[in-house]
Design a protein around this ligand. Structure first.
Ligand SMILES: *Cc1c(COP(=O)(O)O)cnc(C)c1O
Length: 360
């Protein structure tokens, strides 16, 4: 069997070109006679890999010099603790709850200080983004926290919240590098790379330098202190070397594709194919308020559990994999990240049309 169209929410599809290149270099990376997996993280070859990766993501996102780029481990979930530990000087933070990942971050932060849920869309199964233009931001909040693209529910902020001057912290795990970002609007942008960038095991955190200090909460582990990682250029201990190497290749691929403006256009085109079909289908319907729809994760349902299960099974048999929705939403979810070709979305819609005709 050849490759399938993989609609997994994460770990997820990677550019085929990148996988082939990695395969070619598996036994002998650029004449070193070894795989990147076998190489010292202090070697010249790896130093070039991590430095080039950093420069390429800086170029792609136009990251200003007063921001550090850290390659970390522990998943996005580890940052749910690291963020309050590093940023809570007043021990106060405001969270906007737009889904399970935002809620988990909110719950974790409660271990470290006074944490306010200043808005939520839980009342409608997180199917929308609340109005964030005039929220009751706390006077003494150290930061305002959002999950910018909600992987499970398929919503995305189209405008960032008005934080009334407070530092914005954003989990961008599932929209990382999917479109241009205005980095200076954020204090911290971070994400696990296994959704839209690379293999599981790497977290990238882009942090404004003034937020990287020795003034962290008492008991913060050395490894979780941003300053430790920043001072050592992400090489305080052994980093996830192979994962960083693959991320670097994806950055090169994104540059070759034309950068984030072009990715945004491509992602809009792909998402439109699916949303346009959903909007006129009599069988399938999207679950998200239209203006808040994500370009990356598209949940949809038939309204009939058995029919949903039949769809997922038949789609799999047709080479369209991992379309089962998250258990809290039910139905289906198509994750159509950067590396999903337009053809994959077209094939999915073609299949949905056929399924609709057969099950009308
Ligand atoms: C997947 C996901 C997480 C959790 O990532 P881990 O790396 O598994 O900890 C957090 N936030 C968002 C938005 C995600 O999509």
């Amino acid at each position: 069997m050849g490759r399938v169209y993989n609609f997994s929410a994460g770990p997820a599809v990677l550019p085929e070109e990148v996988l082939k290149e990695a395969a070619d270099e598996m036994l002998d990376y650029k004449g070193t006679g070894m795989s990147v997996m076998e190489m010292s993280h202090r070697s010249k070859a790896f130093d070039d890999i991590i430095k080039e990766a950093e420069q390429d993501i800086r170029d792609l996102m136009h990251i200003p010099d007063n921001y550090k780029v850290l390659f970390l481990q522990g998943g996005a979930s580890q940052q749910f603790a690291a963020i309050p530990m590093n940023l809570m000087k007043n021990k106060v933070a405001d969270y906007i709850i737009t889904g399970q990942w935002a809620k988990k971050a909110y719950q974790e932060a409660q271990k470290y200080g006074k944490v306010n849920a200043i808005a939520s869309s839980e009342d409608k199964t997180y199917s929308y983004i609340p109005d964030c233009s005039d929220l009751p931001i706390s006077e003494d909040a150290d930061y305002v926290y959002i999950c910018e693209n909600n992987t499970i529910y398929g919503t995305k902020y189209k405008t960032l919240p008005n934080t009334k001057g407070k530092t914005l912290v954003a989990d961008v795990s599932s929209c990382f590098l999917s479109e241009p970002v205005d980095v200076i609007k954020y204090g911290v942008i971070y994400g696990g790379v296994q959704k839209n960038v690379g293999p599981a095991g790497v977290v990238i955190a882009i942090i404004r330098e003034d937020l990287i200090t020795d003034d962290v909460l008492e008991g913060t582990p050395t490894m979780l202190k941003y300053k430790t990682q920043a001072d050592a250029d992400s090489l305080y201990n052994t980093p996830p070397c192979y994962g960083i190497y693959i991320c670097g290749k994806v950055f090169k691929w994104l540059k070759k594709m034309g950068g984030l403006e072009v990715m945004k256009q491509r992602n809009e085109e792909k998402a439109k194919i699916l949303y346009d079909y959903l909007d006129q289908s009599k069988l399938f319907k999207g679950t998200v308020r239209k203006e808040d729809r994500s370009l990356m994760n598209v949940p949809f349902v038939t309204g009939d559990k058995d029919l949903d299960a039949k769809f997922v099974a038949e789609a799999k048999a047709a080479g369209l994999e991992n379309l089962k929705g998250h258990r809290t939403v039910g139905g289906m979810r198509a994750s159509i990240y950067n590396a999903m070709p337009k053809e994959g979305v077209e094939k999915l819609v073609e299949f949905m049309k056929k399924f609709e005709a057969e099950n009308a």
